[in-house]
Each structure stands twice: as C-alpha cells, then as structure tokens.
Design a protein around this ligand. Sequence first.
Ligand SMILES: Cc1ncc(COP(=O)(O)O)c(C=O)c1O
Length: 416
Amino acid sequence: MMRNTATHSGVRMEVPFFRPKISEEEIAEVVDSLRSGWLTTGPKVRQFEQEFAKAIRTARCVAANSCTAALHLALEALGLRPGQGVLVPTMTFAATAEVVQYLGGIPILVDCDPCTTNMSIQDAARKLDQLKSAKFNKLVSQRVEVVGIVPVHVGGLMMDINAIKQLASEHGLWIVEDAAHAFPAAWRSSPDAPWQRCGGDTATVSCFSFYANKTITTGEGGMAATHDEEVANHMRMMSLHGLSHDAWGRYSGTGTWDYKIMAAGFKYNLTDIAAGLGIHQLARAEQMRHNRERIATRYLEMLGDLEAIELPPTNRNRIHAWHLFPIKLRLERLRISRDDFVSKLRQSGVGFSVHWRPLHLHPYYQETFGWRPDNFPVATAVWERLVSLPIFPDMNDLELEYVVDTVRSLCAEHAR
Ligand SMILES: Cc1ncc(COP(=O)(O)O)c(C=O)c1O
C-alpha cells in the first residue's frame, strides 16, 4: 500500500506510548464532585457502578480503587484459602498473580498461546495433570488443590470463553477474569452465535482496570462485575473495612450512624471524584474503542507487507478492545535484538512498551517457586520478540505515519 510519508517529511517527532484525553465535561464533573462535598464514596460511585453493569450486561458491579483491589476482593469472596492453587498465566502483569498470594494461595503459572499470547488452555490442562501426578516441580512436595483460574485477555482480545468454562467445569474451578484490558470487548463462539460482552456472563467475577492508560480511566480505579448477589455483597462489604454498610449509607440521610464490623476488610473503595470521571469516560467508551480500532486497522494495512514483523491477530468472533498493539519481531530476519530495536525506537522519539516479561522470568517467582524457563517454552521464546506500539484514541495521522515509517526504516536498516 502507498503511504504518504511527505507529511512529516523525515522530521523527528515525539509520539508517546499513550496520551490520555480528558474532556472539558469530565473536568467539570470532577469539579462538581469537589463542590458537592462528596470527596469519597457517594452517589457518583453508585451511578458509575449501575451504568457500568448496564454497559456490560451484568447484574452487579462493585467499584474499587484499582483492578488489583477488585481481583483481591473477588478471590477473597470466593473463599481462596492458604495453600490452595490458582491457575494464572505467566504472560501477565504482576497484579494477576500477586493477589493469589495476598490470601496465601499459590499461583500455578501457565504458558501462553504463541499467536495471541493469551493463556494456553492446553497448557492449563497439562499443568493440572502434572500436579496430580506429583512430577511437576518443588511445588508438589506440598499437595496443591487447584480451586480457580484467572484468565487474562491480553491487549483486549478475548480468550475462548467456552474453552475456559469447560476446563473450569471439568476440574471444579471458579473463574475470575482479569479483564484489565478488555472493556469494551466481546466474543462469540461462531458467526451464528450471539455476541457476549466481556463481564456479561463470561466468568464468576470479572475485574476491570481504569488505570490512566486503560481504555477508560478514572486515574486509578477498578470494577468487579458478577451475577452472584452474595459474592457482590461480600465484595462490597470487604471493600470498606468489612463494615456492615458503607459511607454513603452512614452519611446520607437514609443511613444510620451505627455500623458493625463483620470481617477484617480492606480499604478499597473508589472516590466520587474518580467515579465522576468514569461516568463520562464510560459514555465515550464505544467511540474511543472505535478510534483505537481505526488506528489498529491502519497499522495492520501499513505494516502488513513487512516480513520482519508479525502483526497482532484479529478474529471475526471477537470485538477487540485494542488496549494494546503488540507486534512480534521475526528475529531470524533481523540483525538486532528486541532490546536494540526498542532502544532505536526510543532514539527516534517513538514510545513503546513490552507486554510482558513473563512472571516466571522474574526473580521473585524463580526464587519462590523454582519455575524454570523450560516450564513455559512458548512464553520464554515469544517475550523476546514482543514490542507494543503506541495506540490511543486521539492518535493523529501524522503520529501514526511517523511510527509506521520508523518501524519500516528500522526493519529495512537491520534486515538480515
Ligand atoms: C493484565 C493486568 N491485570 C491487572 C492490572 C492491574 O490494574 P490496576 O493498575 O488497575 O490495579 C493490570 C495493569 O496494568 C494489567 O495489565
């Protein structure tokens, strides 16, 4: 495809990995919260929860001050106990596995699919078998009962929900979906099947992130979504010190002054200041997803002929949130490593990230659980090829073309 390189005429630009866009309406809403006196959890949090539940078609949502907090609340509400195991992808961010350990659980890391980098269901089944046969690694010297699975939809491309549900039902596992990247996203099992939104009924609990660079943001924030009323009530109680009712009940005219401590809870409640931002971001979510998709489509068109890179997969049975645009370098066609490639991107002014160094290659996981690179051959090999390119809703054509031209020049200059 012909590309218009004349626009930036070889002039160096700075393109950030991500640039948030906060509208005037959103700023006004935050100011309104400040003026209303509801600095902490109040009516805007309730409104945000209800509108988010409606958007993903679930029954109940509990807001939290991060996705990490939402994941912790979910695992606690489902009764994870010390010594129990939870299947977690090795290809994920720290949060997905650390929350298991907050409760004394053991993350059983699982390898990834080489194309999507999502958790491999085959390897999850294999790890379950290996645990039973006591030939895994030093973990099995203590008997591990695996009780749950925490799939991650990397970059916003959803996993096959039927496959996860089948594995979970065969092994009696609950599913807590780490949907930090997957709003708004959807999947269907085939072109004839109805679309199901991520969080609609895709897991026992689905947890979303509203961190600054996520598809919608509240600065910091998260949401746990579920159809289970008991789980939702428990998560709500635990999100505010295990109190019998939250500050809204206590301080509004409808609540009473008295409260009872029902459990040793956490301090995970979202503020009205953040929720005010979230309500407006939510209203723009589809538009922002559309803009991200437009950028992804242009990248796919403009980089499609490059032999030195593999582009992220698409799937007609998925509505992709396009939180990330991860390319994979074909290192056999290049004379430089991924690390050299990204440092040259940086020198050229192009922001990037890598999602992720897999958990089993971090010192903590190696030292604590004795995982070895060959326990996860796919993730071990693929992570050295990963580069996430900039993608954000108001990325302009000039920025996009600059990124494309920089990637193309690097591939040409360092071709093997
Ligand atoms: C896959 C995944 N899970 C969880 C989180 C944690 O989200 P938060 O920062 O809202 O706690 C992140 C953050 O980037 C993430 O990428």
